[in-house]
Structure formats: structure tokens, C-alpha cells
Design a protein around this ligand. Structure first.
Ligand code: HEC
Ligand code: HEC
Ligand code: HEC
Length: 355
């Protein structure tokens, strides 16, 4: 008996050396073409499902998914996800079908996951599978918009998807060398008139040119975190960014929303004009009146309310950067309450465009 234990111990001690040797001579086939062994496949799936389930327990899911973010999420899906997963009316590419594991057709599988689990997968990706993490880890709001989009996917037909993802134009190429292609990439989310297709997509029409260009460079260099904007700016030739900024700056800003006249607008106006010095909230109009005081201070009139509120929350939590002056805005938002954010957003969004 004593000798057997000894043999076992020696066997265990040399096992890693045998495995290392087998690896060195190339015993394990890493080719994707032959698939996994059944047991490996079962184990990987089991590990993935268990890890997602456990880590999702720490995710704080919102009560209602942000359906107003579905249009930009669809636009992002077309560039960042459909290449692997396919989309309604767009089958998976042969390259995706040859991956191991194969990226699933999401309309067939999303119903197996809870919202928090989908959030976890989309934010962090899945190791050893090719499923990438979201392009930025600095903010969660865009990922919830994507989860809202994924929820609609099983019932979505090809025409609805095409309209959401590409709007009135054909699918732009993966890399835009020509100016017209670069513009087509932007207008599928921002519209040919620059007015945007959702309450979470900013109006670009008539925005100050310097602000637009500085923002584009900030996205490109990763200083202003946004997964949804990072992909489009990286897909166009950098030489076109300044022409894109001047193109959108020259468009006319229309009134999109009926000016509201509720209490929030009045209270928002109060803060915009006077701030609340006791609580270190500055008067917004000091910087945001439509003068040319500083070309990097953006116009806010007529921006959608939900977009303004989302940006203010990002400034307040310290995850919104941009132009060289963004620290001023971070300071201005630091002491805003949730109610203040609602009120000032309602106020600026109700202002009729000035030109
Ligand atoms: C480079 C290819 C690739 C891209 C791009 C990609 N995925 Fe995936 N994705 C995968 C693969 C492969 C899996 C399978 C992982 C597994 O089986 O463990 C996967 C799994 C998933 C799952 C879990 C589905 C399931 O039941 O296994 C979701 C949800 C998902 N991806 C969403 C997305 C979204 C949303 C995007 C875009 C933001 C995206 N993926 C981009 C390759 C990709
Ligand atoms: C997938 C949809 C989508 C595409 C494509 C897209 N955008 Fe955007 N864009 C957005 C969203 C969503 C935001 C808000 C991002 C944030 O929170 O920072 C945004 C923000 C911006 C901003 C900042 C505006 C502001 O007021 O702060 C600029 C400038 C901009 N986009 C220009 C462009 C240009 C130019 C292109 C084409 C190269 C483009 N976008 C392509 C969705 C898109
Ligand atoms: C000291 C000047 C200053 C004051 C005061 C100020 N802002 Fe700003 N604000 C800026 C600058 C600069 C930016 C551009 C930040 C960037 O992208 O770098 C900005 C950006 C914003 C944005 C984002 C707009 C967009 O298109 O992305 C919102 C919303 C905003 N401000 C609202 C407010 C509100 C509400 C107040 C009052 C509570 C306020 N600001 C006070 C300077 C200021």
C-alpha cells in the first residue's frame, strides 16, 4: 500500500511535465475546423452560463429598459455586432460561421437570458470565444440601450431592422475613404438634416463647428467615452472629420419638440439664469447663451431632453470628457440634483432654435 501511494505521488508530480511535453510536440490540435470535443464544448458552455449568472447578480438593472435608445443601438449593432451574429434579413457571414464557437443568431437565443445577464455579456464579452467587450467600460447607459434593442430582436422583421440601422440609405462600407461614404455613415443615426433619429441622439444641425470637431477628435482618441460613437469615427478617414463638422454646423436647426410649458421648464429657467450659488450650482446661461463667447461651449437650445439629461448625469459622475474645457462643465454639474437635471433639460430642450 505504502509503495502504491508513492507511485501515485510520483505520477502526479510528473503529470504537468507530460502535459507540457505533449503541448510542445503539438499534440493538442488548436485548429477551429475540427470543432471541440463534446466534453470541452459542454464544459465551456457550462462555465460561461454559470459565470454570467453569478456575475449578473451584482448588476443593478433599471426598472424599465431605455426604449428611446433603440435606434442608435440598432445603428451600433449593424457595425459592431451583425458582422458576427447576423441580423434580421442579414444571415451570418461565412467567416462568422467558421468561428469556434460559432456566434449564435441572437434572435433565437436572447430570450434565454435575463436583462442583467445580457448586460453582463454585452459589457464584458466572453473570453476565449471572440465575443468582444463593449468598446468603453466607463459608462453603462449605452449598454442598456443595446439590451433594449436585443429584447426587440426576436420579433423584428428585416424591413424594420433596415430602417432602424441604415435609414434611407444603403449600408455604408466598413471603411469610408470618400467624403460621401463618411457622411452616409453619420446620417444613418444623425439624419441627413442633422436632427437625429432618437431622443438620445444629439442634434448636430447648427451646432458650433469647433465644438463638433473637438468632440469628434475626443471620441477618436478615446477621451470622450462612447461605444456608439467610437466605431463610426474610427471607420471614416480622419481627414474627413473637419469637413463633417463644418457640414453639420452649416445645417439649419429645426424645432423638434413642441415647446413645453410645465413647471419643470420654469424651474429649469431659474437655474439656467441664476444658478443656485449657495449649492455651488452656476448659472448655465453664463456659458451657454447663444453668443460666440467660446466656440467650444455648445448650443443646448432644442436638443432632445433625454440626451441633455443623460449628458448631465455623465458629467456629474465624472465619466464625460471632451473638449479642453470639459472640466468646467464637470464642475458645473457636480452639485445638480436629479430634479435639477430634469428641470434644466426640460428648459433647454423647450427653447426654440435661435437661427
Ligand atoms: C467577433 C465576433 C463577435 C462580435 C463582433 C460580437 N459577438 Fe456576441 N458572441 C460572439 C460569440 C463567438 C459568442 C458565443 C459565446 C459562447 O458561446 O460562449 C457570442 C455571444 C453573444 C451573446 C450570448 C448569446 C448566447 O446565448 O450564447 C450575446 C447576447 C452577444 N454575443 C451579443 C453581442 C452584441 C450585442 C454584440 C455587439 C455589441 C456582439 N455580440 C458582438 C461573437 C461576437
Ligand atoms: C450608431 C449611431 C451613430 C452613428 C453611426 C454616428 N453617431 Fe454621432 N452620436 C451618436 C450618439 C448616440 C451620440 C451621443 C454619444 C454620447 O453620449 O457621447 C453621438 C454624438 C455625436 C457628437 C457629439 C454631439 C454633442 O452634442 O455632444 C458628434 C459631434 C457626432 N455624434 C458626430 C457624428 C459623426 C460626424 C458621425 C459620422 C462619422 C456620427 N456621429 C455617427 C450616434 C451615432
Ligand atoms: C463655465 C462654463 C459652463 C457653465 C457655467 C455651464 N456649462 Fe455646460 N458646458 C460647458 C462646456 C465647455 C461644455 C462642453 C464640454 C465638452 O464636451 O468638452 C458644456 C457642455 C454641456 C452639455 C453637453 C452638451 C452636448 O451637446 O453634449 C450640457 C447638457 C450642459 N453643458 C449643460 C449645462 C447646464 C445645465 C449648466 C448649468 C447648470 C451648464 N451647462 C453650465 C461649459 C459650461
Amino acid at each position: 500500500m505504502h509503495v502504491r501511494w508513492k507511485h501515485l505521488a510520483v505520477g502526479l508530480a510528473i503529470l504537468p511535465i507530460v502535459v507540457l511535453f505533449a503541448t510542445w510536440i503539438g499534440f493538442f490540435n488548436v485548429g477551429a475546423s475540427s470543432g471541440h470535443w463534446r466534453i470541452t464544448e459542454w464544459f465551456l458552455h457550462f462555465a460561461m452560463r454559470s459565470a454570467v449568472r453569478t456575475y449578473a447578480l451584482a448588476v443593478d438593472a433599471p426598472e424599465r429598459l431605455p426604449d428611446n435608445g433603440i435606434p442608435p443601438a440598432a445603428g451600433h449593432f449593424a457595425r459592431g455586432c451583425a458582422t458576427c451574429h447576423g441580423a434580421p434579413g442579414e444571415p451570418r457571414s461565412p467567416a462568422a460561421l467558421a468561428m469556434l464557437p460559432r456566434p449564435p443568431d441572437l434572435s433565437a437565443v436572447v430570450e434565454q437570458w435575463e436583462d442583467a445577464e445580457l448586460f453582463r455579456i454585452v459589457k464584458h464579452g466572453v473570453r476565449f470565444t471572440g465575443m468582444p467587450a463593449w468598446p468603453t467600460q466607463a459608462r453603462d447607459d449605452e449598454i442598456w440601450s443595446m439590451v433594449a434593442f436585443l429584447r426587440k430582436l426576436p420579433a423584428m422583421d428585416a424591413a424594420t431592422y433596415r430602417l432602424l440601422a441604415y435609414r434611407e440609405r444603403p449600408q455604408p462600407p466598413m471603411h469610408a475613404f470618400r467624403f460621401e461614404d463618411a457622411l452616409a455613415e453619420c446620417t444613418r443615426c444623425h439624419g441627413t438634416g442633422g436632427m437625429g433619429f432618437s431622443p438620445l441622439t444629439p442634434v448636430l444641425a447648427g451646432q458650433k463647428e469647433a465644438y463638433l470637431l473637438e468632440s469628434l477628435n475626443a471620441y477618436l482618441e478615446g477621451r470622450r467615452p462612447s461605444g456608439m460613437m467610437q466605431l463610426p469615427v474610427q471607420s471614416v478617414d480622419p481627414g474627413h472629420l473637419s469637413a463633417l463638422a463644418s457640414h453639420f454646423a452649416a445645417l439649419k436647426r429645426n424645432a423638434v419638440v413642441q415647446p413645453l410649458k410645465d413647471d419643470r421648464v420654469g424651474q429649469g429657467e431659474q437655474i439656467a439664469q441664476h444658478g443656485r450659488p449657495a449649492q455651488k450650482v452656476p448659472a448655465c446661461l453664463g456659458c451657454h447663451q447663444n453668443s460666440q463667447r467660446n466656440p467650444s461651449y455648445p448650443r443646448l437650445d432644442g436638443q432632445p431632453e433625454a440626451f441633455l439629461a443623460a449628458q448631465l448625469k455623465l458629467f456629474r459622475e465624472g465619466s464625460r470628457s471632451g473638449t479642453p474645457f470639459s472640466h468646467l462643465m464637470e464642475k458645473a454639474a457636480e452639485y445638480l440634483s436629479d430634479a435639477d437635471i430634469e428641470n434644466v433639460s426640460a428648459y433647454f430642450s423647450s427653447l426654440p432654435p435661435e437661427d
